[in-house]
Design a protein. Structure first.
Length: 216
C-alpha cells in the first residue's frame, strides 16, 4: 500500500483557495484509485511546524550523543518531519504564491526536512520520490509574460526539491486566481476559468498516472 504525504499551505479555506481546490482534486482521485492506500495530510496554515531554530539547525550537524537537552528536543521535532517525508511514496504540495514566493509556513517545513547528509547532499534519502506541486498564483508569471522575471516559486522549489533532495518533481500551475476578485482583472476571468479547469483536469490525470506507476 502506497502512502501519499499531502501538504497544504494556503491561509485560505478550501472554498476560497485555488491551491487547495486542486490538491483536493488530486487527493480525491488518488483515494478513489487507491482506496487501500494511506494519506497523511499536513495543513501548515492551521497546524504550522516550528520555524528552524539554532538548536534544531546545529543539532543536524553534530553527534546526537553530544546534543544539549534543547538540541535534542528541537531535533526530535525535526526528525519526525524528516521520517514522515522519507516514508512517503509520493508527495503532494499546495504552494500558492504570496508576495512572489511561497508561504512562510511551507518554507519552515522545508527548512526542517532539508538536512544535508541525510535528505540532501550526497545521501538524498528521498531521491526519486514523486513530488507534485500545485503552484497557484494571482497573476501570470510564465515565459513571455511581463512578470516572467518575478517567478520565484517554481524556480526556488525546483532547486530545493529536485536539485537538493533529488525528488521527481512535477508542477500544476493554476494562474490568474485573483481575476474574479479584482475588478482591474475582470477581462481575464475567462483565462482564469480555463486555467482552473485545466489544473483540476491535470490533478486528476496525474493522480491516476501516479497510482498506476506505483502499482507497477
Amino acid at each position: 500500500m502506497a502512502t501519499l504525504l499531502h501538504i497544504d499551505s494556503s491561509v485560505f479555506p478550501a472554498d476560497a483557495s485555488s491551491s487547495r481546490a486542486v490538491t483536493d482534486a488530486f487527493r480525491r482521485t488518488w483515494q478513489e484509485q487507491h482506496p487501500e492506500g494511506t494519506v497523511i495530510h499536513r495543513d501548515l496554515a492551521t497546524d504550522p511546524v516550528p520555524h528552524i531554530t539554532a538548536d534544531a539547525h546545529t543539532a543536524g550537524f553534530s553527534d546526537p550523543a553530544a546534543h544539549s537537552p534543547e538540541q535534542a528536543a528541537a531535533f526530535a521535532d525535526r526528525l519526525k518531519l524528516i521520517e514522515e517525508l522519507e516514508r512517503a511514496d509520493a508527495v503532494l504540495i499546495g504552494a500558492p504564491m504570496y508576495n512572489l514566493t511561497i508561504p512562510s509556513t511551507l518554507k519552515a517545513w522545508l527548512d526542517n526536512v532539508v538536512l544535508f547528509g541525510r535528505t540532501a547532499g550526497s545521501a538524498q534519502s528521498v531521491k526519486g520520490t514523486p513530488v507534485t506541486v500545485v503552484a497557484s498564483r494571482g497573476g501570470a508569471y510564465g515565459p513571455g509574460t511581463p512578470r516572467e522575471g518575478y517567478e520565484y516559486v517554481q524556480n526556488y522549489l525546483s532547486a530545493i526539491l529536485a536539485d537538493f533532495l533529488g525528488a521527481d518533481l512535477d508542477f500544476i500551475v493554476p494562474e490568474l486566481t485573483m481575476a474574479p476578485a479584482n475588478p482591474d482583472m475582470a477581462e481575464l476571468i475567462p483565462l482564469f476559468e480555463a486555467s482552473h479547469e485545466r489544473a483540476l483536469d491535470e490533478a486528476a490525470t496525474k493522480a491516476k498516472q501516479l497510482v498506476q506507476r506505483l502499482a507497477a
